[in-house]
Design a binder for this molecule. Sequence first.
Ligand SMILES: *Cc1c(COP(=O)(O)O)cnc(C)c1O
Length: 384
Amino acid sequence: MGRHFLQIPGPTNCPDEVLRAISAPTIDHRGPTFAAMGTRILEAVKPVFGTTNPVVIYPASGTGAWEAALVNTLSPGDKVLAFETGHFATLWKTMATELGLVVDLVPGDWRHGVDTDVLAERLAADTGHEIKAVCAVHNETSTGVTSRIGDVRAAMDAADHPALLLVDTISSLGSIDYRHDEWKVDVTVAGSQKGLMLPPGLSFNAVSDKAIAASEQATLPRSFWDWKPILAANEKGMWPYTPATNLLYGLEVALEMLADEGLENVFARHQRWARATRAAVEAWGLEVLCQDEREHSGALTAVLVPEGVDADAVRALILDRFDMSLGAGLSKLAGKVFRIGHLGSFEDLSLVGTLGGVQMGLNLSGVPIKQDGVQAALEVLEQR
Ligand SMILES: *Cc1c(COP(=O)(O)O)cnc(C)c1O
């Protein structure tokens, strides 16, 4: 009975309004009703990226939009600078290598965001401007660390370097402050199933004028991902192939909800849940993975378990006893952390329930914790 607690950091819980919209009958994607809706959505999606430029929408998971960002802007053998902030940054690097790009991956400890000092050094050393793109993951979903993209841009400007800036916001868009135009990002990659509160199946490329100009020269093979025919069809609110019609119904409603609330309020409530969660973790006597006060994620918190404890066993017990799914530690963090998602359709009392489930699960797993965690979170949530 009751509701499954899906507290992984994506896919997230969808608001009932969104689910109801998605359940409407599918319509003709070449007809006038669809075209009017497509035109509305392509405008309404821009503010959430902080852009007035076009946003390309794909019927694909976020991984597809990663590929789209690379193949539209780069050519075989192009040099790309990337940062090993965690699992997702590493996967994007692997994809870039497989596509024929030459990636310089700056090593990281998975507890910090993009190191802007190293970025500045690499750019300063690249006097021949061989680096064609800088890739950064805004919110590393594997670690709960949010890179400071404004500072990344500042380092690129200070070096007066012409590289494109490509940013993955798959788990931050719609939950953490993000500004495509202000930070002069060239391609922003996003997905539907995290902050945007939709099921999986849509992904996005917000594109700058500079990115569109680069796409005229770029020679990596592309067909399905090619921006050009999509942008042309989008002029009339259409797509060159069958779009994910029902997910677009949901997207229109989700964008309306975010706009009605005001993005600043949306970002603030995620930061507040993150603060409450950290208060609980500290009061249990456990450690948050993120080590930089400026970089705590508003979307999720990764919690280190003590040496000798298997985080996956704790998660399995919590699922079995309390019907709650928490995020697993990915690749080198497997078994060492669990991740609490506090994004998507969510509210204070769901956070209390989530943290209550975690506290009970830690106790039942025999993890030595102090019993003050939930209380510490309540004290944060009692504040306005
Ligand atoms: C979820 C996620 C991805 C992968 O997206 P899919 O939709 O699973 O393809 C990539 N990057 C980040 C930061 C993510 O959180």
